[in-house]
Design a protein around this ligand. Structure first.
Ligand SMILES: Nc1nc2c(ncn2[C@@H]2O[C@H](COP(=O)(O)OP(=O)(O)OP(=O)(O)O)[C@@H](O)[C@H]2O)c(=O)[nH]1
Ligand SMILES: [Mg+2]
Length: 448
């Protein structure tokens, strides 16, 4: 990406609409204004104007000029609101692109320039990206909250705490009286503990946000007739999959995105797994197992009335090799008598008991899915959001996690605290490597 270029793009969704907004950013903005409006525009005011191509009016538009540095990107910017519809905005963009140094913007390039010109922090950029891509109301609100800089405040608090503890350690290194030493060590240990807790809180908040900002994948696997399609229909509150008493009804992977307690989730219903010579069913079985590997978590469903048999155990073993995040769900508890159910629940195995038919414990199942998703996020490598933050926060946590605070270890403690503080300042810092940056900004939409 070349920052000397002036970037141009549509900022509203492509297609037909009442109006379309075209955005330009860079040094050539004034040339664009001169070329097509033939007059100067006072900054931050809306102007009703004709967009001229030579002597011909292409459209009557509203134009707003933002003078650098008071703009989203920090550069000269122009927003042109023309009549909606793909033909008009394309005509205007084509004309603007003829101006020297103008080119089409890449996804996220406006925000990237904003970041590079110190108009927003990396964390804010990530939050903007998360807000644009939010799939649920909870996700949008969480993104807005992180945009407000709440996390920066929390991080500054940790930074301050670390500094305070480092000063306490240094002071103690200069003292040799025993009473003072014992009290001092106590105080430092206590403060390190609260600091650890504070860092853990921020980490788990970021992990929670990942669940909100990235659509998780949940695969439903099991033998034929265990109730997998009934489960996807319940979760999505829709008839996405055919439910039938015949075993082998679902032969392909059927999926739908839905809102699970505020978390965006894609759930996959799959073909029942059994030994078969039917070619289509075989293919379905292969796809089901592939889906188990590709998903964040697997719900393994079985019919409690039939119990778990060797076939189930073999499938579970197979899945565990490719995906350890598996939740065993015993369905059809309405078909067994109370004594049997009680005995089954008392076996102490990690199994969730439900009835898709009578909707027993279905809310508990939703909660368990969320809990397992949280664990899967914790154990997976950082995804799209907070990549940098999680990396350095985890490092900072590690730095102080194993501190054994004692007089003998005081020098080492000082070093570890210093390292932790360095890692915290890296989170607060805007500097980062290009890979992380392009990873974030390329996930923005065009025009943002
Ligand atoms: N009694 C009872 N029947 C259930 C329950 N859940 C599902 N069923 C019935 O079990 C049968 C199979 O349900 P499906 O949801 O189609 O099962 P499936 O696992 O998708 O089956 P395949 O697609 O063949 O692999 C249907 O007749 C459902 O009505 C339950 O909790 N209790
Ligand atoms: Mg089915």
């Amino acid at each position: 990406m070349n920052n000397k270029d002036t970037i141009v793009s549509i900022a509203t969704p492509m297609g037909t609409g009442a109006i379309s907004v075209i955005r330009c950013s860079g040094d050539a903005v004034r040339d664009i204004i001169n070329e097509f409006f033939k007059k100067n525009l006072s900054p931050r005011k809306s102007h009703y104007l004709n967009f001229m191509k030579d002597e011909q009016i292409l459209d009557d538009v509203i134009a707003i000029y933002y003078e650098a540095p008071k703009s989203y990107t920090g550069e000269d910017m122009l927003e042109i609101m023309c009549h909606g519809g793909p033909v008009m905005y394309q005509l205007i963009i084509d004309e603007v692109l003829k101006v020297e140094t103008c080119r089409l913007a890449q996804a996220g390039e406006f925000s990237e320039r904003s970041f590079l010109n110190n108009k927003m922090s990396l964390q804010k950029a990530e939050s903007v990206c998360a807000l644009i891509n939010a799939k649920t109301k909870t996700a949008a609100l969480a993104a807005r909250e992180s945009m407000s800089g709440r996390m920066t405040e929390d991080l500054l608090k940790v930074d301050e705490m670390l500094l305070k503890i480092r000063i306490q350690v240094e002071a103690l290194l200069d003292f040799s009286e025993e009473d003072i030493e014992t009290e001092g060590i106590k105080l430092i240990s206590k403060n390190i503990d609260s600091c650890k807790k504070e860092i853990s809180k921020i980490i788990s908040k970021l992990e929670e946000n990942r669940l909100l900002f990235e659509t998780s994948k949940v695969a439903i696997i099991g033998k034929p007739n265990s109730g997998k399609s009934s489960l996807i229909n319940y979760l999505t509150d829709d008839e996405v999959s055919i439910v039938n008493e015949e075993a082998g009804t679902t032969r392909d992977v059927v999926s739908k995105v839905f809102n699970l307690n505020g978390i965006p989730v894609t759930v996959y219903d799959t073909a029942g797994i059994r030994d078969t010579s039917d070619i289509v069913e075989k293919k379905g079985k292969e796809k089901a197992l592939k889906q188990a590997a590709r998903s964040n978590i697997v719900l393994y469903l079985f019919d409690l009335n039939k119990g778990i048999d060797q076939d189930d155990k073999n499938i579970i073993q197979k899945i565990k090799k490719v995906n350890p995040n598996i939740l065993l769900v015993a369905n059809k508890i309405d078909l067994v008598n109370e004594d049997f159910l009680e005995a089954s629940t008392k076996k102490g195995e990690d199994i969730l008991f439900v009835s898709m038919k009578d909707k027993i414990n279905t809310l508990g199942l939703k909660d368990s899915i969320v809990d397992l998703l949280k664990i899967s996020v914790r154990n997976s490598s950082p995804g799209l959001y907070n990549i940098k933050n999680l990396k350095y926060l985890n490092k900072a946590h590690l730095d102080i996690n194993d501190i054994e605070c004692s007089i003998e270890e005081l020098e080492l403690t000082a070093e570890k605290l210093k390292a932790a503080q360095k890692n915290i300042s890296k989170v607060l810092d805007n500097e980062d490597d290009e890979r992380v940056l392009s990873g974030i900004f390329s996930n923005f939409c065009i025009g943002k």
